[in-house]
Design a protein around this ligand. Sequence first.
Ligand code: F6P
Length: 518
Amino acid sequence: MASDARRLHCDQAPAWAELQSYFDGVGRDLDLRDAFRADPARFDAFSQDAPHVFADLSKNLIDIKAEALLLQLARECGLEQHRDAMFAGEPINVTEGRAVKHWLLRTPRGASSDPDAIEVHATLDAMLAYAEKVRADSAITDVVNIGIGGSDLGPQMAVLALEEFAVPGKRFHFVSNVDGHELASVLRQVRPESTLFLIASKTFTTVETMTNAQSARTWFEAQGGRDVARHFAALTTNIAAAADFDITTTFGFWDWVGGRYSLWSAIGLPIAIAIGTERFRELLAGAHAMDRHFATSPLARNLPVRLGVLDVWYRNFHGFASRSIAPYHSALKRLPAYLQQLEMESNGKRVDMQGMPLAQASSPVLWGEPGTNGQHAYFQMLHQGTDRVPVEFIAVKHAGHTLAGHHGQLLANGLAQAQALMQGKADRGGHRDFPGNRPSTFFVFDRLDPATLGAFLALYEHRVFVSGSLWGLNSFDQWGVELGKVLAKALVPRLDAGDVAGLDASTAGLLKRLTPRH
Ligand code: F6P
């Protein structure tokens, strides 16, 4: 399929109508407890291995017929052609006229004939050599990443997730917010002579990042810091802007890497410094294994596809508006925030490729906290609230610590929550009743290591691709972030001056409250 403009609207595909009547007749009322009783092979039918990740989908409100229809829908909508177009480097990001090639960043040397492959590997080699130099430099004790969105969430999440593998003697800090409290707090903890600042910005124009970078630079010089070349590096596609900032150590990437898909590029430098060359290559290899799985597995055994069509089933037929992420591993603390950007910035769209309104709902809200913490906060609502929210559990078989008695409790709690959501409990009625039949997916990792993390993140990227593709939207632009940026820019001088002329009454009233002059 050469052009996305010709992609079929899925709601007009024959399978959509069939799904609707199947949902109205049977699907809506599927009861998981009955489904397990009726089909002893249900667990096997709805669970599968994919590279580094095992997934149990059997506690979802789906049956073999519904999944078959959803896969038929995917075929009718040209999902496979769309996927192949991405992997062929076609400009499927139609609103920006760009290819979508984050997968190339993790393709092994020599395995792709893409014209950018050579440059990708040359940059990766240079970045990893630099990472090794920093790792070996005991005078550098603190690495401060200044970036926001995709230039923050991925590296921050991964450095935390892979803490067990991190080089000793270095602390990692992540400054994203334009709120000066964040940078000020980090600057109080570091010294110029032992700090490396990484200015991470795809565009090198993002106001938050530029403001923080400027302040860091001013602080560095005011504290007697010397040798900007040694203490500042830029990670960006905009090499010229980095040079204007007088940064000479720069690692580039390309406009075909979306911000939220960029941790595999130079944006991953903090990860590479933390875990080193070999481990960083394992992260890439894990993601690549998942890329191959997505590109080549039959749809019925293709995990990103099975998850993506389930997302469509839940959002458009069941009408579920949110999904909760429950990593039962505290090192995955920032995973929900990372996945929020990945899914909601990709698929939080209301128009199709041509800018025409979509006929159906798109991205759900993603949210979550690590288990068991969530159990003592919002799980009440998941078990007994009026809404049904699909929950995604992530459990890791082997702990990365040796403390006795913890890991078994952690895993048992994750299993128990999924069990409770499904089973429910009839008690004396009223407050003590659990309705059950609440859906969940359960992911199992053997270990939380770089390869597994890479595979899981790629799985999620592709799953978001699948639902976005079926919804017929462009998962790779983000026009919705622009308006607020423009308005904020206009309000900055007004706040200083207390100027409310022409503003709506609410913004005017609030600005007066906030303006320092009043
Ligand atoms: O405003 C949203 C956004 O463009 C994200 O898509 C992106 O990850 C983030 O800002 C940061 O952008 P940059 O890396 O160009 O500073």
